[in-house]
Design a protein around this ligand. Structure first.
Ligand code: SF4
Length: 388
């Protein structure tokens, strides 16, 4: 109805991978033949169905993110068809950011020039490590040489904006291994780098190994030294930390992810994709997600146009807690005035523990913003559980 409503972000989930990495707990499916055509057509139908609803109708798009799974298993023509449809239904902002997650295998990187031609302007590549021993431990199918080649192709294809993912704190990884990974990654001059510490998630093969005593996480002090090395090394190279695990050169922060952390509207399509829209009074909001199984997702979209399995309205308390734990992920933290205006009380009146965290040096007030200190960032998860 009104194209002048605030622009929103679109997430598109491609749930297929060639094999499943033992640490991964995403909604991923390994199938003998990826139903690229059928799944792609289903995504178009789901987009159509949302385009008719009043909340999303003709609203401008500011970012699109193809995540997975492995979106680079899809041919550029399929990605291009989805982008054409999205632009037909939702006018693109002039500076739209369009990201596609890719694995560095040869079959994937040959598609990079095609993605660039069909409108993708940011690639996020899952390098994870350049050490063969660590790649093999992480169950990655690609080699370090394939990552090097993929990064060359990213440059040649004209992607001025790209992200490189690294995983650190793998058992057996040393500070020297991490330094070598950082040095090699920086050699490709990435404008954005994400460094995630390996977490052992329930239900994964790594969790079973951990319970059987065959995997031992690194001691906490070593993990802390690694986090410090990452921040020091990257900031020296002009990559500023702007979120717990994310670093960027000025102007290259992921606008798609910032929209999540800042509580903006996003629509997720595809199997298991999550969506969020703020309520009209801008206090609470509504979250929902799709059927996770790709087969059932396709069946439901084809029959009903939507595949929602759960919808949750957030009341004031829930909305305040989301505001805190999403906003505090960012180094700039949350605006005290914005919180007070939206929720009718200052953050410390809402959450008395904030006084203790300020005293303990885990939080600080900077320019009327409440944020985690460096020490607070190291124990962020144990602070966030207090908001849930
Ligand atoms: S490639 Fe990525 S999404 Fe696929 S299984 Fe591995 S970590 Fe998970």
């Amino acid at each position: 109805m009104s194209s002048d409503k605030e622009p929103f972000s679109l997430y598109i989930h491609i749930p297929y991978c060639i094999s499943k990495c033992p640490y991964c707990d995403f909604n991923v499916h390994v199938v003998s033949k990826i139903p690229e055509m059928e799944y792609g057509e289903t995504l178009l139908r789901e987009l159509d169905s949302y385009a008719q609803s009043e909340h999303w109708h003709r609203r401008n798009l500011k970012t699109i993110y193809f995540g997975g799974g492995t979106p680079s298993t899809f041919e550029p023509v399929s990605i291009g068809t989805i982008l054409d449809k999205a632009e037909f239904l939702f006018p693109f902002e002039k500076d739209i950011e369009i990201t596609l997650e890719a694995n560095p295998g040869t079959d994937d990187s040959k598609n990079f020039p095609g993605y660039r031609s069909c409108g993708v302007n940011r690639i996020s590549i899952g390098a994870q490590s350049f050490q063969p021993r660590l790649l093999s431990f992480l169950g990655r199918l690609h080699t370090a040489d394939e990552t090097r080649e993929a990064l060359k192709i990213i440059h040649q294809a004209g992607f001025e904006n790209f992200n490189l993912d690294l995983i650190y704190a793998s058992p057996g990884q040393s500070l020297a291994d991490l330094k070598a990974d950082l040095d090699e990654a920086l050699g490709f001059n990435p404008p954005h780098l994400s460094a995630y510490n390996l977490t052992i998630e329930e239900g994964t093969p790594f969790h079973r190994e951990f319970r059987a005593g065959r995997i031992r996480p690194l001691p906490e002090e070593e993990e802390i030294s690694m986090a410090e090395l990452i921040e020091e090394t990257l900031s020296r190279e002009g990559l500023e930390r702007y979120e717990i695990s994310n670093y960027a050169k000025p102007g290259y922060q992921s606008r798609h992810n910032l929209n999540y952390w800042q509580g903006g509207d996003y629509l997720g399509i595809g199997a298991g994709a999550h969506s969020y829209k703020r309520s009209q009074d801008h206090v609470g909001g509504c979250r929902w997600h799709n059927e996770k199984n790709p087969g059932r997702y396709m069946e439901r979209i084809n029959q009903e146009g939507k595949a929602l399995v759960e919808m949750e309205q957030s009341d004031l308390t829930k909305a305040a807690s989301e505001f805190m734990f999403l906003g505090l992920r960012m180094i700039q933290g949350i605006s005290v005035d914005e919180f007070s205006c939206r929720f009718g009380k200052t953050p410390d009146a809402f959450y008395p523990q904030i006084g203790d965290w300020l005293e303990e040096g885990l939080m600080e007030l900077r320019d009327a913003r409440l944020c985690l200190t460096r020490r607070g960032l190291l124990v962020a998860n144990s602070i966030f559980v207090n908001f849930v």
